[in-house]
Design a protein around this ligand. Sequence first.
Ligand SMILES: C[S@@+](CC[C@H](N)C(=O)[O-])C[C@H]1O[C@@H](n2cnc3c(N)ncnc32)[C@H](O)[C@@H]1O
Length: 181
Amino acid sequence: MLPEILNLKKTSGDTTVRIWSAGCSSGEEPYTIAMLLTEKLPPNYKFEIVASDLSLKMLMTAKEGFYDAMHIVGVPDPYLKKYFDAVPNGYKVKDTLKSKIRFDYHNLKNASPWKNFDIVFCRNVLIYFDEATQTGVVNHFWDSMAAKGFLYIGHSESLFGMDTKFEFVKTQWTTLYKKWT
Ligand SMILES: C[S@@+](CC[C@H](N)C(=O)[O-])C[C@H]1O[C@@H](n2cnc3c(N)ncnc32)[C@H](O)[C@@H]1O
C-alpha cells in the first residue's frame, strides 16, 4: 500500500508518511515499520511513527529496544547488522532507529490527540474489548486517519457487523481496511 499512499501524496505535496502502531506492546512492530520505511521510502519523503500502549511496563520495554536471540529470529541479517548492536544475551536497537519513533501512553478507549495517519496498525488488541468498545476504538481510528488511510487489524479480528465506515480490503496476507473518504 505504500505506492498507493505515495501516489496520493504526490498530488497534495505532503512528503511525510504518518504511521500509528496502536497497542505496540514490546515494540517489534514499530521498529519493523521504521526499518522498512528507512529502506523503502524514496529519498524525498520522511516518516513519523507513533507507538502507543496502555501498559507503561510494555512502553518501557519497547523504548529499551532489547531483544533476546529468540525474539530476533526472522530479522534479516543485513537489517540486524545495520539497525542493532549485539549486546550480552541479545541485540539492542540502535539509537538512530529509536529516534524515529515516538513512544507514548494512550488508552485506545479514548479519542487520540493525533491526526492524519496514513496507516494505523492495531493488531491483536481489539480482541480484548467488547463489541461496543471495539466500535468506539475503531471510530476513534477513523477520526485520527488521513483520507484513504489503511487500518491493519489482527488475523483473527474483524470489523464485520460493526457500525463503522471502514471498507474491507481483500488481501491474502492480512486483515486490512480502508478509510474510503
Ligand atoms: C497481544 S498485545 C498485541 C501487540 C502487538 N500489536 C502485536 O500484534 O504483536 C496487546 C497489547 O494491547 C495493549 N492494550 C490492551 N488494552 C489497551 C487499551 N485499552 N489501550 C491501549 N493498549 C491496550 C496491551 O497492553 C498489549 O501490549
